[in-house]
Design a protein around this ligand. Sequence first.
Ligand code: SMG
Ligand code: MG
Length: 373
Amino acid sequence: MKIKAVELRVARLPLVTPFRTSRGSQDDRVALLVRVDTTDGEGWADCAVGSAPFYEPEFLSGARSLMAEYLVPMLMSAPSVTAAKVQKVLGPVKGHQMAKAALETAILDAELRARRMSFAQYLGAVRDRVPVGVSVGIPDSLTELIRQVEGYLEEGYRRIKLKIEPGWDIEPIRAVREQFGQDLALQADANTAYTLASAWRLRALDEFGLLLLEQPLAADDLLGHAELAGLLTTRICLDESITSPQAAAAALRLGACSVVNIKPARVGGYLAARAVHDLCAAHGVPVWCGGMLETGIGRAANLALAALENFSLPGDISATARYFAEDITAPFVLEDGHITVPSGPGTGIEVLPDVLDRLTIFREVLPREGAIT
Ligand code: SMG
Ligand code: MG
């Protein structure tokens, strides 16, 4: 198929509660949404970039410029494009996997809608609903933390992930364990907030029987994670370090982790995400699907990915209501700790045009005049 045009929308979705991690706090999700208009029909994607480069190097206005100046003109000048060809066509552009992933995903959506096939079928899903967990941000107090965790458990979430940082680690984990018991599936995510010098503090977490400890050290510190893994009994899971199938292979070879959080956007799209899944499966390493506070468009695609065989731990794919009072698609709801995998063509979810229009703060249609081709 040929790409006729690409529409970029920036929409602001207020969060129901502020979300704080060791990297900062946010009150809304400013989403970059991509709609490709092709000779076979249209497709949508949610680009996972943040509004500032404080979590990942890529960020919203950078991704917009890159798409407008390079990625979209390159795709439009290709004689024909399919999702499987996108990475190759965009290969001359270094890095920027989140921007590339969004375009690949929107093209895959268009392609699968035209073929009347769902993401789940295409990716090789083996389940029609998936167990999910919830990521709990850093609140103001232990009392508030216990209140939030209690609420999520009452809703039925299958596992709790606590965001931690130096000074908010041992105490909150101990408090949650004491309150909710040893059987609670509990894990912690440091978002790179530690160094190897604080291994002693992370070692103190071993007594709490966590499912895993996510990304304690810097993204590029595979050797540090390998060393840390030898010091802790808690399993190390990598998130920020998993930037490609090659990075995942290096992490496994070095023993830097024994669980992997797959973020499809960071590895360059759902095709690369499936490759990371397959690699980990071949090494007997369990994976789970990460979250980037996606709108319904991204959540739908993540649910399809999480339905693959080796996604054996609950992912950060919470119900829509965990983040948004109003989404740009119909909400995903929690049923018995699970969310149903969409089965319609493409992502299987439709954008609500009126809501999207109301929440849109910027819109442009590409190609821009004067773009480099
Ligand atoms: O979508 O539920 C979600 C967010 C889950 O904690 C979450 N994601 O490092 O795993 C992570 C964070 C990244 C998002 S903070 C910008
Ligand atoms: Mg993480």
